[in-house]
Write a protein that binds this ligand. Structure first.
Ligand code: ASP
Length: 315
C-alpha cells in the first residue's frame, strides 16, 4: 500500500543556493551560505501550499564541508525519516561537494523514502537564480509516491546520489551521472522516470558514531606524467591510513608512484585505485596488486574507504 505521508522536511546546509552577491549581475564574486533555509523556502510561492518544515543543520560553503556536518546531517535525516508523517527529505547543499555528501548518505542510510539533495549554480540574488526552481522540483520528488534512496535534483534532472558528479564549473546544468545517466526528469511539474530508484544496504549510523577527531585519515594522490613516490612515502611516514590513487585510464599507475603505493600497502595503509577518466570504472585484472575502487570517482572512493575503515573498527 502506498504511504499517505505528505510532510517534507527541508534541511539547510548552506551553499550557493543560500548565497548572495552585492550586485544581481555578479555570478562569481558572491558569498555562499548567507541566507537561512526558512527564508529560501518563503521566497517560493509554489511551496506555500505544501506541508513543509525547515531546519538549519549547517551554514557552510560546501568546499569547506567536514565530518562534523556529515555526522549531524546523517543523524537529522535518520531522525526525520523515522517519522511516519514524513514523505521525504530535501537537503540544500553547495554544488562543490554534493557528490561526496550524497554518496555518504546513500551508503549510511539507503533510505526507503526519498532524500533529495539540491543546490544552485547561481546565488539567490542573481538575475538567473536557479535555486528556487531546483528547490521546488526537489520537493516534488521528495513527495513522489514510491520514490526512494538518496537522490540529487539539479537543472530538472534527478540523479542517483551515488552516481552523480559535478561536471561543469559554471553552467546551470552542471551535473551528470556519467554513462549511467539520470534516473528521471522533472518537466513542468511532472516526473518522467527513466530508471529504477536506487536500492542498497545501509551501513547504519553507527558507522559514523565515532568522534570526528578520530575518523581515519584517507588522502587522494594522483598518477600523471613524471609522478614519483615522494608524497606517498611522506604520507605513510606521518600516519595516513588510506590512499586512493587517481590513476590513469583503466587504473594504471606510474611505476615510480606504484612502487611507493606498494610499500604503503605493505606497511598497512589501505590503497585503492580509481581513475581520472570522467566516465567508466576501473575494471580489475588478474595481476592487480592494488585493488580497484568500486565507487565511480576518486572522491566517492575516498568516502567509501573512509566508511570501510570506520566500519572495520567497530567490527
Ligand atoms: N562553493 C559553493 C558551494 O559548494 C558552490 C555552489 O554551491 O555552487 O557551497
Amino acid at each position: 500500500m502506498q504511504s499517505k505521508a505528505k510532510q517534507v522536511v527541508i534541511l539547510g546546509t548552506g551553499g550557493t543556493i543560500a548565497g548572495t552577491a552585492a550586485q544581481a549581475a555578479d555570478t562569481v564574486g558572491y558569498r555562499a551560505a548567507q541566507l537561512g533555509i526558512a527564508s529560501l523556502v518563503e521566497a517560493i510561492p509554489g511551496l506555500l501550499a505544501c506541508p513543509l518544515e525547515t531546519e538549519q543543520v549547517a551554514q557552510v560553503d560546501s568546499k569547506d564541508m567536514g565530518f562534523s556536518v556529515w555526522q549531524a546531517l546523517a543523524r537529522r535525516i535518520a531522525h526525520h525519516l523515522a517519522r511516519e508523517e514524513v514523505a521525504g527529505i530535501v537537503v540544500t547543499h553547495g554544488t562543490d561537494t554534493l557528490e561526496e555528501t550524497g554518496y555518504l548518505l546513500q551508503r549510511l542510510l539507503a533510505p526507503a523514502k526519498p532524500v533529495v539533495l539540491t543546490a544552485a549554480m547561481r546565488p539567490a540574488s542573481a538575475l538567473q537564480a536557479d535555486g528556487p526552481q531546483n528547490l521546488l522540483d526537489a520537493v516534488l520528488v521528495a513527495r513522489e509516491p514510491g520514490a526512494r534512496g538518496v537522490l540529487a535534483l539539479l537543472a530538472g534532472a534527478v540523479h542517483s546520489a551515488a552516481e552523480v558528479r559535478k561536471s561543469h564549473t559554471y553552467r546551470l546544468d552542471a551535473f551528470c551521472s556519467g554513462d549511467a545517466g539520470p534516473l528521471a526528469y522533472v518537466e513542468a511539474g511532472q516526473l518522467r522516470r527513466l530508471r529504477d530508484w536506487p536500492q542498497g544496504e545501509a551501513l547504519g549510523l553507527q558507522a559514523v558514531a565515532a568522534d570526528v577527531a578520530d575518523w581515519p585519515w584517507v588522502e587522494i594522490v594522483s598518477s600523471h606524467s613524471g609522478a614519483d613516490g615522494r608524497a606517498v612515502r611522506a604520507l605513510t611516514r606521518i600516519g595516513v591510513q588510506g590512499l586512493v590513487v587517481t590513476a590513469t585510464g583503466n587504473g594504471t599507475v606510474h611505476e615510480d608512484l606504484e612502487a611507493a603505493l606498494l610499500e604503503a600497502q605493505a606497511a598497512g595503509v589501505r590503497v585503492w585505485r580509481s581513475t581520472r577518466c570522467a566516465e567508466g570504472r576501473v575494471l580489475p585484472r588478474p595481476d592487480d596488486m592494488l585493488p580497484a575502487a568500486q565507487a565511480g570517482t576518486p572522491y566517492k572512493a575516498r568516502v567509501e574507504l573512509l566508511l570501510q575503515l570506520l566500519s572495520a573498527r567497530g567490527a
